[in-house]
Write a protein that binds this ligand. Structure first.
Ligand code: ADP
Ligand code: MG
Length: 309
């Protein structure tokens, strides 16, 4: 997944840790597009040719991602693969493609051309050159699977961090600490520099930002969340979006969706989603909290100021 993974347990349980890392590895092997072979790559390789039967969980995840992609005004696009591969942002050989190259790829990113057959459990990309990419949802999905696995093993207090997707179970097992404190990364500062602390219990905290994977060319910054309409990185007032939710898959989906909406629309949309909460960090130096229902946010950095909605 190209991300460091941290698992925090409060007992010395090597076998639980091994089980979790095995599970993550298995899921990565199914869902990656950064290697030649995976279930997802089998679908991609058969684009324009024939449907490919996948396992039920992979089918369900692709269905979910397609559904979110087809929401009105959604900037989440499960079929964004050809653009991601062209830009190579965060990988060796990243380049700014020509406007013509991007225009030529846009028709290959229509999520309506992802044909799902629930009975056969198959996925068909109808155009040659189409490619699925689950990069904006897979880590959330896998984090939820890890939580399920931990619970099955009787573990009720733990933390899993899949490169910015943090999922907490219960409360930390320290006498003096009744909530988890999740640090919010200060954009474009050394890794681990905090902007503030998000206190939660038993919640998922997912952050997506433009400062994690990007490159600079001729004074422009190109980051890894692409606008499916233009083919260029999404450009608005945001540096990062953090979503606090029960399930990490929702957090992962919503960081991308809200990112694309921008602050104003996102805050409006969140009034219809009382189970979610979001923290926006803007280029103007604001940290905007949608509410403090599901977490407590404490600002610790003087360069930014807090706005509570
Ligand atoms: P991260 O946790 O790596 O920041 P995100 O959840 O923000 O991940 O998703 C970014 C990844 O999703 C990109 O690296 C790419 O693989 C894929 N992606 C980029 N743009 C989009 C988009 N508009 N819709 C869906 N997936 C995208
Ligand atoms: Mg995401």
């Amino acid at each position: 997944m190209g991300s460091p993974i941290v698992l925090k347990l409060f007992e010395n349980n090597q076998s639980a840790a091994q089980t979790v890392f095995r599970l993550i590895k298995q899921q990565e092997d199914l869902l990656t597009v950064n290697r030649e072979h995976s279930q997802l790559m089998a679908v991609n390789h058969a684009a324009g040719q024939h449907p490919v039967v996948v396992s039920r969980p992979v089918f369900d995840l692709i269905s979910k991602a397609k559904e979110v992609s087809l929401l009105e005004g959604s900037c989440f696009n499960v079929a964004i693969g050809p653009l991601v591969k062209r830009w190579k942002i965060g990988f060796q050989g990243d380049t700014v493609p020509s406007p013509e190259a991007l225009r030529a790829l846009l028709p290959l990113t229509d999520p309506a051309h992802v044909v799902l057959d629930a009975q056969a459990c198959s996925v068909f990309l109808t155009q040659l050159g189409m490619e699925l990419d689950l990069g904006a949802i897979a880590k959330g999905y896998i984090a939820d699977r890890v939580r399920e696995q931990l619970r099955q093993m009787g573990i009720e207090q733990a933390l899993i961090n899949l490169g910015g997707n943090v999922l907490t179970l219960g409360t930390p097992a320290y006498d003096d600490q009744h909530t988890w404190g999740i640090g919010l990364q200060k954009p474009f500062s050394p890794n681990g520099t905090m902007l503030g602390v998000i206190a939660v219990t038993g919640k998922s905290v997912v952050t997506s930002g433009i400062y994690e994977r990007y490159f600079e060319k001729d004074g422009m910054l190109y980051h890894h969340i692409l606008d499916p309409k233009t083919g260029y990185p999404l450009d608005n007032e945001l540096l990062s979006v953090t979503v606090i939710s029960d399930n990490s898959i929702d957090g992962d989906i919503y960081t991308t969706l809200l990112y694309g909406m921008g602050v104003e629309k996102a805050l409006h949309h969140l009034t219809t989603q009382p189970q979610l909460e979001a923290i926006f960090v803007t280029k103007a130096g604001q940290v905007i909290c949608s509410s403090q229902r599901h977490c407590q946010f404490t600002l610790t950095d003087n360069d930014y100021h807090l706005v509570l909605k």
